[in-house]
Write a protein that binds this ligand. Structure first.
Ligand code: IMP
Ligand code: MG
Length: 186
């Protein structure tokens, strides 16, 4: 699988090192506010791998749930809002919510999920993104915690997919150009 990559942007070791730092940053941010419990909302499928590893570096009580959205990024209606296809079951009202997602690209997905979560009236709402792809932002949303800043390239691995493949790669990289549109994959 790794041989399908043209380049590795973030290595397995860099991810491992950053996870520890990020866990400490998150833990300290909440402890500084006297908060010892958070509700963590993971956006599936992309953030599953990241969230699974990250929660074990957060030294707070963590209640966990997932939310699934479907973004239609087609040419016909590129402005359409991502749709929530599976909402959270956890009662997050009055709790300190940390939303975890894989990548901040245009920011449209994040904006619509934040809107849904605000509707539950959490005590606070923060965001943690594995990757921040700057330069493509359409909305003025920045994440509170960011794993890595990356250039404007399509990346796969560590949860991120191309046609639902490569999520299980343990690094993050760019696919070889000739693999970016294999006709047999749907
Ligand atoms: P946004 O709404 O434009 O910010 O898009 C975010 C979503 O698009 C992410 O949660 C990913 O599912 C997908 N996405 C954006 N860029 C990439 C990429 O480089 N690789 C894989 N998926 C991506
Ligand atoms: Mg995807």
């Amino acid at each position: 699988m790794k041989e399908d990559l043209a380049s590795v942007l973030v290595s397995e070791e860099q991810i491992r090192e950053r996870l520890g730092q990020l866990g400490d940053e998150i833990t300290q941010t909440y402890l500084d506010e006297g908060i010892d419990e958070i509700s963590l909302v993971c956006v599936t499928n992309g953030a599953i791998v990241f969230a699974a590893d990250l929660i074990r570096h957060i030294n707070l009580y963590v209640r966990l749930d997932c939310i699934r959205v479907c973004s239609y990024q087609d040419d016909i209606n590129p402005q359409s809002e991502p749709e929530i296809v599976d909402n959270i079951r956890l009662d997050i009202s009055g709790t300190h919510v940390l939303l975890i997602d894989d990548i901040l690209d245009t920011g449209r997905t994040l904006a619509s999920i934040l809107k849904i979560l605000r509707g539950f009236e959490p005590a606070s709402l923060r965001t943690c993104m594995l990757l921040d792809k700057q330069g493509r932002r359409e909305l003025d949303h920045d994440a509170d915690f960011i794993g890595f800043n990356i250039p404007n390239e399509f990346v796969v691995g560590y949860g991120l997919d191309f046609a639902e493949r490569y999520r299980n790669l343990n690094c993050i990289g760019v696919l070889k150009p000739e693999l970016q549109n294999p006709p047999e994959w749907t």
